[in-house]
Design a protein around this ligand. Structure first.
Ligand code: 6GU
Length: 225
């Protein structure tokens, strides 16, 4: 998979890129690259945003700036790009990211993520350049960068070869294997701590009973709303 992140703050992704599953995915040949809108702005003095028409607080990312950055990267009219490639605008009001959407995105050959800043995007960016508008929850972040990292983290751990134990991604919270329910609880040593005992079945070595107990625990926790 090839992921391009359009952002004003590519350096914000430094920590993210050092995460084990991201390092593994990149070593498998997947790509994660950044385009800084500011490097492609046609405006003076690196300007990328502007005050909102109609008044109000904050600044809005300009449509001409985003077009210039997309053209510089793909050398096509961005209006045509979204038919060929998922172009995802990250915005608080978008479709909520969940495991199903992550699974679907992980099967794409390429993703383009557009991070907004301040008050967000000129709506024409979303309407004409994006194929999708995605949100990671109903609260407002100061910018799309953390949301882009959340999306990339969730998508990249689904890519073959990114996890040390590929089974980890099969039977996990919200997966089809668990009927969309949260995962069952895990325990490790010590078997007893401050009088809190680990469920006996997990110490029994009886794999069929352990499996049954886990599925039951998972079902009892879910399904989620
Ligand atoms: Cl994708 N962007 C911003 N700015 N805030 C958010 C979000 C995205 N998702 C939830 N809050």
């Amino acid at each position: 998979m090839e992921i391009d992140v359009f952002t004003l703050f590519p350096e914000a992704f430094g920590w993210f890129e050092r995460q084990r599953h991201v390092v593994n995915a990149l070593a498998q040949g997947h790509r994660l690259e950044y385009v800084n809108y500011r490097d492609h702005t046609p405006l003076n003095a690196g300007q990328v945003d502007d005050t909102p028409f109609g008044g109000g607080a904050g600044m809005v990312l300009r449509v001409d700036v985003v077009e210039a950055a997309l053209r510089a990267r793909y050398d096509v009219d961005p209006v045509d790009l979204r038919a060929r490639r998922r172009v995802i605008a990250l915005a608080p009001g978008g479709a909520l990211l969940d495991d199903g959407m992550v699974e679907q995105l992980a099967r794409e050959p390429a993703l383009t993520l557009l991070c907004g800043r301040y008050e967000g995007f000129d709506q024409r960016i979303v309407d004409h350049f994006a194929s999708d508008e995605v949100s990671i929850g109903r609260y407002v972040l100061a910018g799309g960068e953390l949301a882009a990292m959340v999306l990339c983290d969730a998508v990249m751990r689904k890519l073959p070869g990114s996890l040390g134990h590929p089974e980890s991604a099969l039977e996990e919270s919200f997966s089809n294997a668990l009927g969309g329910a949260p995962e069952y609880p895990h325990y490790t040593r010590p078997a007893e701590y401050r009088g809190w005992r680990v469920p006996e079945v997990l110490l029994s070595g009886h794999h069929a009973r352990i499996r049954e107990w886990r599925l039951h625990q998972s079902a009892a926790r879910g399904p989620l709303p």
